[in-house]
Ligand binder design. Structure first.
Ligand SMILES: [Ca+2]
Length: 443
């Protein structure tokens, strides 16, 4: 231990300022015994070169604990190839690998497609809810269900496989639903037909309330936990005076993470299931706009949410907890004003595990467990829209101990990232001529 610490100090002294920090390009595999260098990197005063060196939007704010922002730059020892699997996707929002090597892809304007492992882009799958604005025209009028509203940030959003997909061919998708008086995030489920060209038995299993009339902050990612529950991340619908305060109100779904059974029913052990005036689907509260969600290998849910100017944050989600928005937050309003009260910490409100100021604009997340890149096991990958890169966070003992930015040379907004059944990572880019990329070990 002591010897390692000496080696660590020497390493830091020898390493130039711009070089990777204490881990020096090596990372402990998830299963490896903790080593002193990695521990030191996460400790309070370990010297390192942070990846982020630009001026913060809110430079006077102080992190609640060391390493909560501007983490140590680390460098992958993983050599990889990036293959463009498909081009010409129209604003793809989600990629979901299928067990046979193909992919389900959502396009924001309302198409759900299968892209084959070879990159052939299939026709839109029919039987999806009809689309109200833009995108493909209505499909089948599924029992009079309201259409998808492809307005602003809304449209066809995430897609997820049933935990028992190989038996039941069931999929789940989230979308902004056109409703009387506006729109709202909803989740539907359906069964992929044997020829995979259509969906059957389609029904909406969750509707975020209240309905609101704008095109902003719908969330939403879908993730199944080891408990076979469906977790749905939502947004606050943006408006400062009307919807933002609802992130703190248990009578509203806005700004919440939701937990339901796969049939839409409410689990009896949800934290507010028996509380008067509370919506029983709520799992956690105080979120701004969550478009990244991933379970780790211990079954814990990590989410990344969009902050305003300088307040994107990584959270480890626990039952019934309050993640602060908009009572506490890092960053500031888009106008440059402080948030009301301007607090970054308060008793009873959870601190983010990590935050970015300036922001990355996060969308999509994957906790890596594959064998293709042993050095990446235990890393959380996050797509960055504004920053146009793939962010890798090295997580140890519930703290971020390293940050790396990948694919920055490509200059594309990353909308989603998922691990394939082959252990490769798959990424979709947010563009009218969007692409699906495969990240695999260098050949
Ligand atoms: Ca927060």
């Amino acid at each position: 231990m002591r010897k390692n610490q000496i080696i660590f100090v020497l390493t830091v002294l020898i390493t130039s300022v711009g070089a990777a920090c204490a881990q020096n390009g090596r990372e402990p595999a998830k299963s490896a015994a903790p080593n002193a260098a990695a521990s030191a990197a996460s400790s309070a005063n370990a010297p390192c070169a942070p990846l982020e060196t630009r001026t913060a939007n809110a430079p006077d704010q102080k992190p609640a604990f060391p390493g909560q922002t501007r983490g140590c730059a680390v460098k992958s020892d993983a050599a990889f190839d990036v293959t463009v699997v498909a081009k010409g996707l129209n604003k793809p929002w989600a990629v979901e690998p299928l067990p046979n090597g193909d992919f389900l892809i959502t396009e924001k304007d309302g198409q759900l497609r299968i892209v084959s492992a070879k990159g052939e882009i299939g026709q839109p799958i029919s039987g999806l809810l009809p689309v109200n604005q833009g995108g493909v025209s209505a499909v089948s009028g599924q029992g009079g269900l309201p259409p998808i509203s492809a307005r602003g940030q809304g449209g066809l959003l995430d897609v997820a496989l049933s935990p028992t997909f190989e038996r039941d061919n069931t999929i789940f998708w989230s979308f902004s639903e056109q409703r009387t008086g506006g729109s709202g995030t909803s989740v539907a489920r359906g069964v992929l037909s044997a020829d995979r060209r259509s969906l059957e038995q389609v029904r909406v299993i969750f509707r975020a309330l209240p309905t609101y009339d704008n095109g902003l902050h719908f969330g939403s990612r879908l993730a199944f936990g080891a408990d076979n529950m469906l977790y749905i991340t939502l947004g606050d619908r943006f408006d400062k005076a009307t919807t933002r305060p609802q992130a703190q109100q248990l009578g509203s779904h806005l700004g919440k993470i939701i937990r339901i059974n796969a049939d839409g029913s409410v689990p009896a052990d949800n934290p507010f299931a028996k509380q008067n005036g509370a919506l029983p689907e709520i799992w956690s509260l105080g979120h701004r706009n969550v478009q990244s969600a991933a379970f780790d290998d211990q079954g814990r849910l990590w989410t990344v949410e969009h902050g305003a100017q300088g307040g994107d944050e990584l959270n480890l989600i626990e039952k019934g907890k309050n993640y602060g928005w908009a009572v506490i937050s890092y960053g500031e309003e888009y106008s440059g004003e402080s948030f009301s009260g301007a607090a970054t910490q308060k008793e009873g409100y959870e601190q983010p595990v990590y935050y970015w100021d300036p922001v990355i604009a996060p969308s999509g997340a994957q906790y890596y467990t594959g064998s293709a890149f042993p050095g990446w096991r235990g890393s959380l990958f996050v797509g960055a829209l504004r920053e146009q890169k793939l962010v890798r966070l090295v997580i140890k003992d519930n703290r971020v101990v390293g940050e790396e930015h990948l694919l920055a040379d490509r200059g594309q907004r990353i909308r989603d990232v998922r691990q394939g059944f082959d252990g490769a990572l798959y990424v979709v880019t947010d563009a009218a001529n969007g692409e699906l990329w495969k990240i695999s070990p260098k050949r």
